[in-house]
Design a protein around this ligand. Structure first.
Ligand SMILES: [Zn+2]
Ligand SMILES: [Zn+2]
Length: 448
């Protein structure tokens, strides 16, 4: 039997949204692409906080961590077998489990991803599943080509709901393999995704690993449309505006920031968001406003203990820190960025009649989220707050994927990051490319 020169093994992101962990072997090179937490698999066995994994053994037992020799720092003895890890972006379903990897393994990621992960490391308490201390980060930009043994990895920026997201062109001895990571065409910078697609077409790849999050429940919208709708709602709110969106979604932050400027209200962000934004200012391309900007305020939740990083923000910007009491007095001038875990603050804020809640994130898509969402609805009902849902997905839509796959014309397509692999395969089956319904843990030979 001829030994396969190049193989791909998918240890996560298979029939699930996120948890991507892809192992590429090519001659002597062994490279991991993404190493994220699988939230869906975790929810199958655990319910935090009282039933949580207590050790790495539990994570190995249920396949949340793949059984690959010599990659974990909790294992002793053998030498590391992995040459490098490449991260597409800083979402936890792609990056969190680098926590477990041996620190001598280099982790390559975009400059912005490095900033975000290092900021997270500072503002989130360390735990079994989250510890980035001592990680050997190496950052890249579009245009770089990183050689690992005989493989060359070419990162190209894509648009996604977090800044600094990349797709990869992986040049192997069997030809180029394209990995999309998470991407979309309807965000604020579609030209980045366009550039990635053009480069992928030029590379004439043998295979493409493509995300397919939105195979059910696809929509037609854009970040621009979100902005218009947010403006329309906010200008008519005569009480407090509460806005719930992902802290790392800087496009969405900008949308609310612009709406605040336009309506002459101020945007009150959390301490954590303030810290993250301040760090992201190091990436000049992102054009994140300074915390000194007069539209921005920092909201301080009631708590007994402040961490060092919180005290630093407080000391530097004390003149713009609001607590619930102060905010309560000037609520019609405020858009408060909030989350499910901040609802307790409403007791002191006492939203005035005419206040509104804008959910600017995805609707609940599993049982646990549905339970929390019901609690949110109870809070909103109690305080008389109507809920507007204004959102657009961070992921590309099915017809756009099909167009792109047709254009790229890779020999084989591996759908990942979707609960609907079979649907994906059937929908794409009239394309000339071979659709592969990926199975977890199986090594696929890549034929050049
Ligand atoms: Zn993802
Ligand atoms: Zn993502």
């Amino acid at each position: 039997m001829v030994k396969a020169k190049t193989t791909l093994t998918f240890y996560g992101g298979v029939n699930e949204v996120g948890g991507n962990k892809i192992l590429l072997k090519d001659r002597n090179a062994k490279i991991l692409f993404d190493f994220g937490v699988s939230f869906a698999l975790k929810a199958k066995f655990y319910s935090s906080p009282f039933l949580s994994p207590k050790s790495e053994e539990s994570l190995l037992e249920f396949g949340m961590l793949p059984k690959i020799n010599g990659i974990y720092r909790f294992e002793r003895g053998s030498e590391t077998e992995i040459d490098a890890v490449f991260l597409t972006h800083a979402h936890m379903d792609h990056a969190a489990y680098i926590s477990f990897l041996r620190r001598e393994i280099p982790v390559f990621c975009g400059k912005t991803t490095k900033i975000v992960l290092e900021a997270f490391s500072k503002i989130h308490p360390k735990g079994l599943e989250f510890n980035f201390e001592g990680i050997n980060f190496h950052s890249f930009r579009t245009g770089d080509k990183i050689a690992v043994d005989n493989v060359e990895v070419e990162p190209v920026h894509v648009d996604h709901s977090i800044p600094g997201a990349y797709g990869f062109l992986i040049h192997t001895s069997s030809g180029t393999i394209v990995y999309t990571g998470d991407f979309r065409m309807h965000g604020s910078k579609p030209e980045m995704t366009q550039e990635f697609v053009e480069k992928a077409v030029e590379a004439e790849p043998v295979a493409i690993i493509c995300e397919g999050t939105n195979m059910t429940g696809a929509t037609v919208s854009s970040e621009r449309e979100v902005m218009k709708k947010v403006n329309r709602v906010i200008k008519d709110v005569n009480g407090l505006t509460l806005a719930d969106f992902a802290r790392t979604d800087i496009d969405r932050f900008n949308t609310f920031y612009k709406a605040a400027c336009k309506t002459e209200k101020c945007l009150a962000i959390s301490m954590r968001q303030a810290y993250l934004l301040n760090e992201l200012r190091r990436d000049k391309k992102l054009k994140v406003p300074s915390l000194r900007d007069e539209t921005l305020r920092i909201f301080q939740k009631k708590k007994k203990y402040a961490y060092k990083w919180e005290r630093e923000i407080f000391d530097a910007f004390s003149y713009k820190v609001l607590d619930s009491k102060t905010l309560s007095r000037k609520q019609c001038n405020v858009i408060l960025v909030t989350s499910f875990y901040d609802l307790e603050e409403l007791v002191e804020i006492k939203p005035a009649p005419g206040s509104c809640y804008i959910l600017s994130a995805s609707e609940p898509f599993n049982e646990e989220m549905e339970i929390d969402h019901q609690k949110l609805r109870n809070w909103l009902k109690h305080y008389g707050l109507p809920q507007y849902h204004i959102h657009v997905s961070g992921h590309i839509m099915p017809l756009q994927i099909k167009k792109i796959l047709r254009k790229i014309g890779a020999k084989a397509v591996f759908p990942v990051h979707t609960e609907h692999v079979d649907l994906f395969v059937r929908f794409m089956n009239d394309l000339p490319s071979k659709m592969i319904g990926v199975e977890k843990g199986k090594a696929y030979r890549i034929l050049g």
